[in-house]
Design a protein around this ligand. Structure first.
Ligand code: AMP
Length: 283
């Protein structure tokens, strides 16, 4: 497995592979890999000859009061996991390699990047779209895999790729959970044992919400379902950031055109903000 730290080396490798007729799949991550990330690698293998995992804790998507410094990192372990999962190369640049000190250019999606997570993280998606565009320019992939775990991010990136004509096919891979239902996340390590137990209320309330949404068709059902999620999480000690029942693609109101309904939650347990969601087919 190769490890590249500079954009130049990464591009040279990708150009050579493309000349040799190989297709390249990229899985962008911030490292501290878990089975959720590795499921994206497996998905990518079904769509491309070679897999590049990028490991970059992107400073521009963190606000000054957030966990950029303390974000968990274990590069040696990440390399081992990638190697055992048949990854061809890791692209792991330093922040100085990715951002010129006097950089002034941003990629900004202006509709789907509002609401949900953006209410508490207003500049977050500008950082995400900018870094993903830059990672695409470094890796030169044919396809890129992102997780449904970050449902808003997935929608924003699909929109960016469509609007800016990136020659990259985006594949969204399902959300992977721990055996007890907790959505896998690098940030789960911040949770105390007690908080981790309490946090199971998120996935439990979402499973019930999916069942209830499938079972009823009354116009007021969404409100009742939101209320049930809220009470369940608050009773367990969580603080709700948002609960939304929306169209998974447009992130707007559910309509006749909605293919999949997204039930999305962000909630704090202690200082840790957790994201989770579940999809329901709209038929
Ligand atoms: P991160 O390292 O948290 O930035 O995540 C990198 C990619 O992995 C993103 O596309 C995430 O949506 C995806 N991801 C993170 N956790 C999970 C999970 N539990 N299941 C599926 N994909 C995930």
């Amino acid at each position: 497995m190769k490890i590249f730290n500079t954009i130049d080396e990464m591009q040279q490798f990708s150009r050579q592979q493309r000349r040799d007729g190989k297709t390249i799949g990229v899985v962008p991550t911030m490292g501290y890999l878990h089975a959720g990330h590795l499921s994206l690698v497996e998905t990518a293998k079904n769509h491309a000859d070679l897999i590049v995992v990028t490991i970059f804790v992107n400073p521009t998507q963190f606000a000054p009061n957030e966990d950029l410094e303390s974000y968990p990192r274990d590069f040696a372990r990440d390399c081992q996991l990638c190697e055992t999962h048949g990854v061809t190369a890791i692209f792991a640049p330093e922040p100085e390699e990715m951002y010129a000190a006097d950089s002034t250019t941003w990629v900004k999606e202006e509709e789907l990047s509002q609401g949900l997570c953006a209410k508490s993280r207003p500049e977050h998606f500008r950082g995400v779209t900018t870094v993903v565009a830059k990672l695409f320019n470094a890796v030169l992939p044919d396809i890129a895999v992102f997780g449904q775990k970050d449902a808003q991010q997935a929608a924003v990136i699909c929109r960016m790729v469509r609007d800016l004509n990136f020659p990259v096919k985006i594949i969204i891979s399902p959300l992977i959970r721990e055996p007890d239902g907790l959505a896998m996340s690098s940030r789960n390590r911040y949770l105390s044992d007690h908080e981790r137990q309490q946090a199971l209320s998120i996935s439990q309330s979402l499973t019930r919400a999916k069942h209830n949404l499938s079972a009823v068709s009354r116009p007021d059902s969404s409100e009742n379902i939101v209320e049930d999620i809220r009470t369940t999480i608050e009773a367990a000690g969580g603080i709700i950031d948002y609960i939304e029942i929306i169209d998974n693609e447009t992130l707007g109101a559910v309509s006749d055109k909605t293919a999949e309904i997204l039930i999305a939650v962000a909630a704090f347990f202690g200082k840790t903000r957790l994201l989770d969601n579940i999809l329901v087919k709209n038929n």
